[in-house]
Structure formats: C-alpha cells, structure tokens
Design a binder for this molecule. Sequence first.
Ligand code: GLU
Length: 484
Amino acid sequence: MTDKPVKVRIAPSPTGDPHVGTAYIALFNYAFARKMNGKFILRIEDTDQARSTQASEDAIIRSLRWLGLDWDEGPDVGGPSGPYKQSQRKQIYFEYAMKLVESGHAYPCFCTAERLEDLRRKQRLLKQKPMYDGKCRNIPKAEAASRMASGEPYVIRLAVPREGDSVVQDSLRGPVRFNNAEIDDQVLLKSDGFPTYHLANVVDDHLMGVTHVIRAEEWINSLPKHYLLYEAFGWEPPQFIHMPLLRNKDKSKISKRKNPVNIEYYRSIGILPQALLNFLGLMGYSMPDGREVFSLDEFVADFSFDRVSLGGPVFDVDKLMWLNGTYIRTLDDGQLLDLLQSEVFNTKRLAPIVPLLKERMRTLGDFVDGASFYFAHQVELPIAEVMRATKQRDPKETARYLKQFLKSLDNLPEFTNDALEAHMRTFCEESGLKTREFFMVVRLAITGRRASPPLVQSMTILGRAACAQRLRAAVETLNAYRPQ
Ligand code: GLU
C-alpha cells in the first residue's frame, strides 16, 4: 500500500467518437480521486498518428465536461506534469527508451518488415504464437550503436526474460501469473521515433506520479509488459485496478455493432448527463443500501472498490431509459423547460432542419410533426410500406441488404451529404438494387415514413450513431416479421 497522495488518470486515445466506456472509466477514476482527496489527470494518448484527430480529442473533452466530470490536470487545464498530450512528449520517450538500451533491458532491432512477415508466416504454419524470435537481441552493443548511428532504421524492443513467471497484482483479482516465455519482446519505440502505447503509458504514469491505474479489463494482458518495464526502470509500479468490461445484452464486449456507444448520441436523444453517470455508476457496482438512483456526490461519498463485482455489467439501454425518465421527473417544470430549450429547441439543432421542412409547411405548427423524427429516440418501421416498396420481397432478404449497408457505413470516412450520397449510390450498384427501392427502404427505416424531407441530409443531421441504431432496429424488425 502506498501512502503517497492518490493520483489517478484516464488516458483515452483520440481515435473516434467519444465512447461510453471512456466515461465509465472516467467516472470510477473521478470518484476514487475525489473520495481520497486526490488528483485526477486527463492524458491524451495520441501516439497512433494515423488514427488520432483533434476533432476526436475535442469531442472527448466536451462529452466528459457535459457529464459533469472535471479533472485537475490535463491538456486543457495544464498542470505540473505536462504536456498532457503524448505527441508533445516524443523526446521524453526516446530518452527513456535509450536508458533501457544502455542498461541492457532493451535492444535495437533492425529486422525488416519482410523478415518479420516471413517469420509470422512460418509461425502461423507451425501453429505457433506469433512472436519475435530475438534475432537482434544478441548483436554486440558496440555494433548495434554504430548501426543506429549510421542511420539504419530500427525499432527498440524490450528484452523480456526468457524463463520464469511474472506475477502481477490486480487489486480486484489478486495475483495473476504469466509465463515469461509467452511474452513477446515488445516494441517500445517505433522506427518513426514514436513510442508504442506500452512505453509511453508506463513512462507517463511514472513521471506524472500516478498511484492507481484504474482502467478497463481489456488492458490486463498488457500488465506483465508494464510490470517488466517498471522493473527495468527500477520504478515502483502503481496499483492496478481493471474494471469489468461493459457488455452488450448478449454478454459480448460492448460494441457499436450492437449498441450505440457514442456519448454524443445519448445526448442527442435527450439523455440527461446525471442519468447517464448514474447508469454508468451501476455498471459492476452497487451502493451499500442497494439503491439504484444516486447523484454523483452520493456516489463519491460512498465509493469503495470493495463494492465492484467482476461479473460483466450489461449496458442495458432500456434501463438507461427508465433511469432517465426518473431524472426527468425530479426536475421542476421550469428546469425542464430550460432543458428543452437548451438541448432540443435550440438554434444549433433547428437551423439545419428549417430549410428542409420549409417546403412542406403550410403553418408553423406543421414543423413539429415534420421534424419529430429528428428528435425521437426511435422510430417505428412501417412494415407494410417496406413490403410495398420491395414488391413483397422476403423481409429477411431486405434485412440482409440493410445489414450490409449498415456495416458498410463504418468504412465511410466522413459522414457528409456528398460522401453519403455517393456511398449509397455505389452500394446500390454493387448490390444490384434499384436506387428507388433502396432509398425508400432506408427512408422508412430512418424516418419511419414514406414522405420525408431529403433523406441524405436528414441522415447527416441525425448523425452516424443514430442512423446505425435505426437501421439496426429495422433489421431486427424485418427479421422478426412473419408475412401472413
Ligand atoms: N490509451 C489507452 C486507451 O485508449 C489507455 C489504457 C490505459 O488506461 O492504460 O484506453
């Protein structure tokens, strides 16, 4: 047990929409930090240069703030251990990687991509675990140094002990034993000079004084490598607490294939931040008196890791809806009116819809019905209309192509009008579908009606997550439908 003041962090990678899993882990870090009068850090792990974006970083910060979480140190608030963005700390990682090379805990590896690919292929054929074979591990230090100095490309690898076991501690699980021979000589520094997750994460946790690493269970397999790194540097490791993964209803790991996972989606359908936090607080956790409705302050006041259970918590959207209704009813009418104005009837949301509905309005009131599907949490699929549009095709067939379309949306880099329109047309061509039929079926799934404002624009207003959710619901309805 450490008696240093508690310092925790979340370390999201800004590579996509802000994920509910990030909010869940942030909440538990926040609660522990506040309960222990400690500090909470936000660190942006943007070492994956190809996938990290500023837009994603901004959205993560915006969503966590919307939820009402705040942090003591971070890229937007500064702090004593900055910078808090890994891309701005490249030199630090380089220096620490070189320290390990000097002490013999790491070594430069000059193997080419072709050799590594060849090695992997052979290992696959022999049904062996793909691992680096250590070819460069025994290059004499002086020779390695001169090859590095001559400009030959290299990566730095951790020299993992070949024998024995590594015993790592997880505070929720106790000791976990790993066989060292199963651990790869992990790359620490890539040939472009950027660190890998493992090196940057350990160096930063140490330099930032992190005492407890509270993160999702999916990182537990990295723990032996992290322990070995702490050992190699001669540093005391923090305590590790791996929280149970959020799951879909079928118990698989939560994924956008089965559930919306974008925090901003939940905001857009009118979930209150307090309700979402309360819901996330119920994931794998129970209050001492078993109550299910509690505020953030109450959660903090009663917080203890003893009450985390490791059974996979299910992210059950129906339960979230119930909880959200409960919160809505605790608001007084004035507060609810304010919220409707700031979250639903605000200029930012209405402005893009106005020109689309104008053509169809006779009275101002017509706007309300015409625009309702933009705000609804879900729409009902008019199945008779689908049957008509598809000329009574087997609904399972229709479900099959909608599902394919849904999947194909993941590969669309930008969800803009032009990109989406072109994508839908190509999808029709490639699947041999008539555009007329396809657009009608998608329209029915997205808007719940035959006649609607322009489809593509409506879809981009709704956003990718909401469209995916409606298409998924339509696929389910079609699969369950038995024509008479
Ligand atoms: N960058 C990792 C992530 O995206 C951080 C994992 C950790 O907390 O160590 O979740």
